[in-house]
Design a protein around this ligand. Sequence first.
Ligand code: EPU
Length: 304
Amino acid sequence: MSALARESGMAEQMAAFGAEWLAAEPLSRHTSLGVGGPADMVRLRDLRCLPELIGDLRRRGVKWRLLGGGTNLLVVDEGLNDVVLHLLREPDALKFEGQRVEVPTAANLGTTVMQCAKRNLGGMEGLIGVPGTVGGALRMNAGAYGTQIGDVVRAVTVYRGSAGRVEVLRTEDVRFEYRHSSFAADDILLSVSLEPPEKPYGEILERIKQCNQKRRASQPINEKSAGCIFKNPPGHSTGRMIDELGLKGTRVGGAVVSERHANFIVNRHGATAADIFKLMDLIRARVRGAYRVELEEEVIVWRN
Ligand code: EPU
């Protein structure tokens, strides 16, 4: 159902669930790349009404997508017909119990790594500079510098849109692969139980400092981007291939291949999503021609 065709009265109906209805909200405001056209957005702070709200959308035939931190997301310029669900939770405090910690998925990833470190729980140091929420990190199985979040997950509490109920999934129920997890599109991750290995705080801090330094030196952390734009194909480094082809600094409209890391596209001059897609196509074609390798998007693309 298109945004225009959607029946009126949505604002009132959503208000009854304690949610806010934002018609034609520009998604460029909600993505780290700073691009993306409009979509109707439902903002919910109190999740107690989530099942009713989703049930209502289903009855109306309204499709929805869940927005996390927007740090690994590329949204088309024309916007979306689906409703974007934005959960604006104030994350509850982390709950520590021995080596286990229960983390709300709305929590910031870096903050979570630091809070665990203070309890001598390590193994997640590489994730320190990865922007976004714990929920987003789980969905993508975010990783850096030898760490990936899936390695320390013990259980995930999920609202399963398909079943209409909350379920606790154990490690054996979820597959975490390179930048991919097996959660369903309509799974809403609520909280996660992590079991990070014990490590002295000083050692964790030292490793965190090293990772921060590496990241600062090799990634454009102060520019608008969505992190790496393509995955590394098995046996290849995408950044190195793009760099070797001399594509750093290549510009399409407002989108530029970062001079600092060739697998980052930065929005430097008011880029549109179309600029970014064109630049991605150019990179793909050059890499295909030179290396006979097909690049796969790492960034999540939202299109109709
Ligand atoms: N390289 C170049 N030129 C470049 C970039 C990289 O020659 O412009 C070379 C480096 O010198 C190095 C090799 O390519 O020898 C690998 O580079 P790097 O260590 O920067 O790692 P990466 O494989 O490019 C991956 C992840 C990053 C993560 C880093 C650090 C992917 C697609 N990328 O990058 O994750 O931060 O390792 O562990 O897996 C992301 O997920 O968004 C992301 C940025």
